[in-house]
Design a protein around this ligand. Structure first.
Ligand SMILES: Cc1cc2nc3c(=O)[nH]c(=O)nc-3n(C[C@H](O)[C@H](O)[C@H](O)COP(=O)(O)OP(=O)(O)OC[C@H]3O[C@@H](n4cnc5c(N)ncnc54)[C@H](O)[C@@H]3O)c2cc1C
Length: 423
């Protein structure tokens, strides 16, 4: 197989790129989901040669997954120059949240404008549009090449470094990429994590999640708020969608997935309206079921490779942090990387990735611990003693709402300002 130099390849059309070939690059991103595509966008104007391999076929992605991007990440996306691209595809804003009891008592209400931050809103974008928008932006960088749909299957590993990655498409066409840095964004079942034998800490949750879509009922106001309802019959969350409809997510209780699958709308609503009375009368269309498992890699940095996003930490969606942790990692990682003219220095690469792990992992441990606590509350909210658990939670929410310090901490964490928002 001929060794083809990288630079001319970047200007060749897709047909030529699909031939069997060997490529050298500075940075190889494996996976073009939210994390990998955000990485590509964040590396705009960085001066590195970048290849991103993604196995997605361009078919529809699961729209029920994460779709609210935190204010801290929105600020980062603005600094990368990609934010306007999201508004141009119809992204909307969520400006606050309300936690309510199942008898519609207000427990906590907050607007992000009270924090004095630069972008006081969550960006609301359907999950399937997030990575395509990041990737379209990244592809404006002449040094960025997307190879899709290619699946990375074989990894040559020497002294802990991934020296070559071989990927193929469905026609069996093969590419081989050598890179100074490998950024593994290949999701919760990461093949790179397995190839590098990275141990994980795992916790399987008992209750899978179920998602529904519906028209927004007129009584659910304001339109640009997130709502959480909890009471004697359990807990659910309601998130606005970019088209004005809503997504409802809740744990599956003893009734089980088969029951929900064959349920009529009337049967669904009989359960849902006991938790959130404002949802009585909706048509709840099933979005999907999600078995939930926490998977946290023991190491993020291994040789010249770094695990990012769900490849490093797949978590319960209880606090809407999964997607946001992947995007937020870029703010730490990219400034630490050796400059393009030093990227061939293996020691500098290992030092940079080690520094990333040293900073990011303890922060993520804290986010994951708090997320796990919320996930366990959600689990208990689907168990028999839920009335007791929800009552305690609701009392605590009222305390938090009225205590200035607790409220500020709650808002900082919810919006991605884990070290506090600069006012
Ligand atoms: C029901 C539900 C609700 C959620 N809600 C929220 C929320 O409100 N807020 C939030 O922040 N998060 C939420 N999440 C979590 C969020 O969706 C994920 O954390 C996020 O999508 C992970 O992104 P990722 O890019 O790291 O991984 P993935 O999205 O899994 O992307 C991995 C990518 O790698 C590619 N890939 C995999 N293997 C290979 C290979 N061998 N070769 C090439 N390409 C490969 C795949 O094609 C894919 O594009 C939710 C999740 C669920 C299930």
């Amino acid at each position: 197989m001929a060794l083809i130099p990288l630079i001319p390849l970047l200007f060749l059309d897709r047909k030529v790129l699909d031939n069997d070939m060997k490529i050298s690059t500075d940075i190889l991103i494996v996976g073009g989901g939210v994390s990998g595509s955000a990485c590509g966008a964040a590396l705009m104007n960085s001066g590195y040669k970048i290849i991103c391999i993604d196995q997605g076929t361009g078919g529809p992605l699961d729209t029920s997954r994460g779709d609210h991007i935190s204010p801290a990440n929105v600020a980062a996306m603005d600094s990368w120059g990609v934010l306007e691209d999201f508004f141009s595809i119809g992204a909307t804003k969520r400006v606050g949240h309300e936690f309510r009891s199942s008898i519609s008592d207000l427990l906590l209400r907050a607007e992000y404008s009270e924090m004095g931050i630069s972008h006081p809103y969550f960006l609301v974008v359907n999950h399937e549009k997030i990575s395509s928008t990041f990737l379209n932006f990244a592809q404006k960088n002449p040094d960025f090449t997307l190879l899709q749909p290619y699946s990375a299957k074989e990894f040559d590993i020497t002294d802990g470094d991934i020296t070559k990655v071989r990927a193929s498409n469905k026609d069996g066409e093969l590419i081989e990429v050598s890179a100074h840095i490998v950024i593994a964004c290949d999701g919760a079942t990461s093949s790179i994590r397995s190839a590098l034998s990275v141990d994980t800490f795992e916790h399987p949750y008992t209750h899978p999640m179920v998602a529904f879509f519906s028209e927004r009922p007129d009584v659910l106001k304001p339109d640009d708020y997130f709502f959480r309802y909890s009471g004697d019959y359990g807990q659910l969350v309601i998130q606005q969608r970019m088209d004005g409809t809503i997504k409802i997510t809740m744990p599956v209780g003893d009734e089980g997935i088969p029951w929900w699958k064959k349920s009529t709308n009337q049967e669904r609503i009989a359960i849902i309206e006991k938790i959130a009375p404002e949802l009585s009368g909706i048509q709840a269309e099933l979005g999907g079921f999600y078995p939930v498992r926490m998977i946290h890699a023991i190491d993020y940095a291994i040789g010249n490779t770094v695990l990012i996003g769900d490849a490093a930490h797949a978590i319960h969606p209880a606090r809407g942090q999964g997607l946001n942790m992947g995007i937020a990692s870029m703010q730490t990682l990219i400034p630490l990387l050796p400059k393009p003219d030093q990227v061939a220095d293996k020691t500098a690469v290992r030092r940079a990735l080690g520094a990333f792990q040293a900073f990011q992992k303890p922060l993520n441990e804290r986010i994951i611990a708090r997320n796990h606590s919320a996930a366990m509350d959600m689990e208990m909210g689907a168990d028999d003693n839920r009335a007791f658990v929800m009552k305690k939670q609701n009392e605590f929410l009222k305390v938090m709402a009225s205590d200035k310090t607790l409220r500020a901490k709650h808002l900082n964490e919810a919006t991605g300002y884990h070290f506090g928002a600069a006012s």
